[in-house]
Design a protein around this ligand. Structure first.
Ligand code: NDP
Length: 335
């Protein structure tokens, strides 16, 4: 059996993540114990939630351990099995190491049909980020015709689906993204009514007043910070906010203050709801039916960035935190 290449957390970042936080190791793959499988990984998903997990503070998931491999959503093929649920040749998805191979007890892994869609799609538009967008839009934002929905990180893995679902629900959809190319894609391909570049636009309030003259009824919040503060001030009566993430704050040493004038929540009868998608796995089948159907019918576009080679994962992850990815960021492992 060959060795496995893996990437471990070398040290915890303080502020911005840098290359010193990662170390690449080659390890011998151990013989399987009863109940274990060996997965040869093909694709690894890189996601913003990995940044809070690199810090010591316990969030909704435990922190990564220093000296141990980082983990993430990954798709691969079972190459050896001593587990009745999995056979050699099965394609599986679930949380695996940042590695070429992971020995696993199979818990939390599920088999997928590789013929349904290209493997990276199972980590993006048919996977966790898209499920997140679907849940937040359908169960919290609930946009409808005549309303205005706003989506930050509009072309990211989550945002691109969230925006398209709001449009399909009949709402006007406005987003923001970190580049002209991303904004053009949002409007031309994903059907946003408008999208502004948050890196060049200095006055978020003014641009929102221009693009959302009727105010905002539903906000799918991915970014937090000043963009959210400007959105919050423009929420209409009975507005809904699906609090999905706050990526602009993940590298801050101190937590950022919330928006001013919190009494607005009462005055405008707002609903602000945080959610973690892993609490809603019972709805996965419903999601796959609905979103899979939209994809098949050509009613949903998706965009990915695929980076070649596991060794490039740390650099790609640091880039994700600066907006260098365009759509779902996936690492192709066996390059
Ligand atoms: P993306 O694929 O969109 O990648 C992150 C994007 O965030 C970057 O490409 C960049 O896009 C944007 N970004 C990065 N830094 C900043 C910044 N300082 N200010 C503004 N934008 C920034 O990630 P996802 O779509 O996977 O995730 C989006 C959000 O959803 C994250 O906050 C994530 O933590 C959250 N999430 C939450 C889940 C839940 O269960 N609650 C599940 C999955 C994701 P740009 O160039 O446009 O700025």
């Amino acid at each position: 059996m060959t060795d496995a290449l893996q990437i471990v957390l070398a040290k915890r970042p303080v502020g911005d993540v840098n290359g010193d936080c990662f170390r690449q190791e080659t390890v011998a793959i151990p013989a399987l114990a009863e109940g274990q499988i060996l997965v040869r990984q093909r694709f690894l998903s890189l996601d913003p939630y990995m940044r809070p997990r690199m810090s010591e503070l316990h969030s909704y998931t435990p922190p990564f351990e220093v000296g141990k491999p980082l983990t993430g959503g990954s798709v691969g093929e079972v190459v050896d099995s001593r587990n009745d649920r999995f056979a050699k040749g099965d394609t599986v998805i679930g949380m695996l190491n940042w590695a070429t191979h992971t020995v696993h007890d199979g818990k939390g892994l599920r088999k997928i049909d590789p013929a349904v869609a290209p493997l990276p799609a199972h980590l993006g538009v048919l996977g966790m980020p898209s499920f997140t967008a679907w849940y937040g839009m359908k169960h919290i934002c609930k946009p409808k015709a005549g309303e205005t929905a706003f989506v930050s990180a509009a072309t990211g893995a989550v945002g691109q689906v969230a925006g398209q679902l709001a449009r399909l629900a009949g709402a006007k959809v406005v987003g923001c993204a970190g580049g002209e190319d991303k904004c053009v894609w949002a409007v031309r391909e994903a059907g946003y009514d408008a999208c502004f570049n948050h890196r060049t636009e200095r006055d978020y309030g003014a641009v929102l007043d221009r693009l959302c003259p009727q105010g905002i009824d539903a906000d799918f919040e991915n970014v937090g910070g000043p963009i959210f503060h400007a959105v919050f001030a423009r929420l209409n009566n009975f507005g809904r906010v699906a609090f999905c993430g706050a990526i602009s704050e993940y590298q801050d040493k101190e937590p950022m203050a919330g928006p001013p004038k919190m009494f607005t929540i009462v005055q405008r009868r707002l609903t602000l709801q945080g959610f973690i998608i892993s609490d809603h796995t019972a709805l996965m089948g419903e999601f796959v039916n609905e979103v899979g159907g939209l994809l098949k019918a050509g009613r949903l576009k998706s965009r990915e960035t695929i980076v070649e080679g596991l060794a490039r994962a740390p650099q790609a992850f640091m880039g994700l935190l600066k907006g260098e990815n365009f759509g779902k960021l996936v690492v192709k492992i066996d390059a």
